[in-house]
Design a protein around this ligand. Structure first.
Ligand SMILES: Nc1ncnc2c1ncn2[C@@H]1O[C@H](COP(=O)(O)OP(=O)(O)OP(=O)(O)O)[C@@H](O)[C@H]1O
Ligand SMILES: [Mg+2]
Length: 308
């Protein structure tokens, strides 16, 4: 069966006069899938999303929506896409339902029933007649998602919907997104700069760094990345790695920083590995058993905590 993509980009690039914001981005989002778009501040998430939404013109590259190539100056099939980019603005003195109604009429889409429906989907039906100024940030974010759902989109594009939320708010938004994908088969492209916020809901995670997509990780691999290892603090990591390979046949290792070697196999053989290293001239100052988390991995791809 042919895979059905709702969104594909090919070599998507945006250059500004003095800098390249996004370069050669290839992402594909399938129906019912949650694509987590992860990257630090300034990585290029919003720029990518704005190009997909036709808000800015790509410098080069293509965008395909629902199998149709997006041509310059031709309207994108926005009736099939719902989006929330940046913090949604609402009239504070109007109720949730009134805000959605204004939006619906302004955009000329949806009907009265769709207001109730999308408020219900976002878990806001009970507060539909409350003024937005009394809403928490989490409720406003969900109202933003409700607004994006008004016209029953097949693709939902959410730029940092969990930004600034507390853990409970994050969980609410996450559950909502997961429900929309699993129960309504809506494809979701959701960006974040915090791994833990998208890790649990994404079916696939694309990591963007300095404008390029440095890695795409499928959910099954995401699970595997949280794995145990032995960490050796050594006097010479290059020599240590050579010994691991040649003397012990170890292939699954990493050097997360100079002088540190992590070994992911033969976990019960730390003493033997230690003997081999020491016996061949590599000093071992410390051996630690640990779990390399996805967080470590993400940081290793994006150059630690440093921002671009
Ligand atoms: N209009 C513009 N002119 C020049 N440079 C821009 C413009 N818009 C964005 N940039 C630059 O492009 C890069 C990517 O910005 P972008 O807003 O896409 O990042 P982001 O991943 O959304 O970051 P954040 O997490 O802070 O929202 C940044 O370095 C930014 O300064
Ligand atoms: Mg952004």
């Amino acid at each position: 069966m042919q895979v059905e993509y709702v969104l594909r980009t090919n070599g998507l690039t945006k250059k500004y006069k003095d800098r390249t914001a996004v370069e050669g981005i290839n992402i594909s989002v399938k129906r019912g899938e949650i694509y987590g778009f992860l990257g630090q501040n300034g990585a290029g998430k919003t720029t990518t999303i704005r190009m997909i939404m036709g808000l800015i013109q790509p410098t080069s590259g293509q965008i395909e929506l629902f199998g149709q190539k997006l041509e310059p100056r031709r309207r994108a099939p926005f009736e099939r896409i719902g989006s929330m980019i940046e913090i949604p603005g609402f009239y504070p003195n109007l109720t949730a339902a009134e805000n959605l109604d204004i939006h619906r009429r302004m955009m000329g889409m949806g009907n009265k029933e769709s207001i109730e429906q999308s408020l219900e989907q976002a878990g806001l039906l009970e507060v539909r007649n409350k003024r937005v100024k009394s809403f928490s940030l989490g409720m406003k974010q969900r109202l933003g998602i409700a607004r994006a759902l008004l016209h029953h989109p097949e693709l939902l594009i959410l730029d940092e919907p969990t930004n600034g939320l507390d853990p409970a708010g994050i969980k609410e938004v996450r559950n909502l997104i997961m429900d929309l994908a699993s129960k309504r088969n809506i494809a979701v492209l959701v960006s974040s700069h915090i791994l833990s916020e998208v890790q649990q809901m994404a079916t696939i995670l694309g990591i963007i760094h300095n404008g390029t997509l440095v890695e795409e990780i499928e959910q099954e691999v995401l699970q595997m990345k949280n794995r145990h290892c032995m960490e050796f603090k050594v006097s010479n990591d290059r020599h240590a790695v050579m010994l691991l390979e040649q003397k012990l046949g170890i292939r699954d290792y990493s050097v997360p920083e100079p002088g540190i070697v992590r070994v992911f196999e033969q976990l019960s053989e730390s003493a033997a590995i230690n003997r081999t290293l020491v016996g061949n001239g590599v000093d071992v100052a410390e051996i630690t058993m640990l779990r390399e988390t996805l967080e470590d991995y993400f940081l290793s791809l994006t150059g630690g905590g440093r921002s671009a």
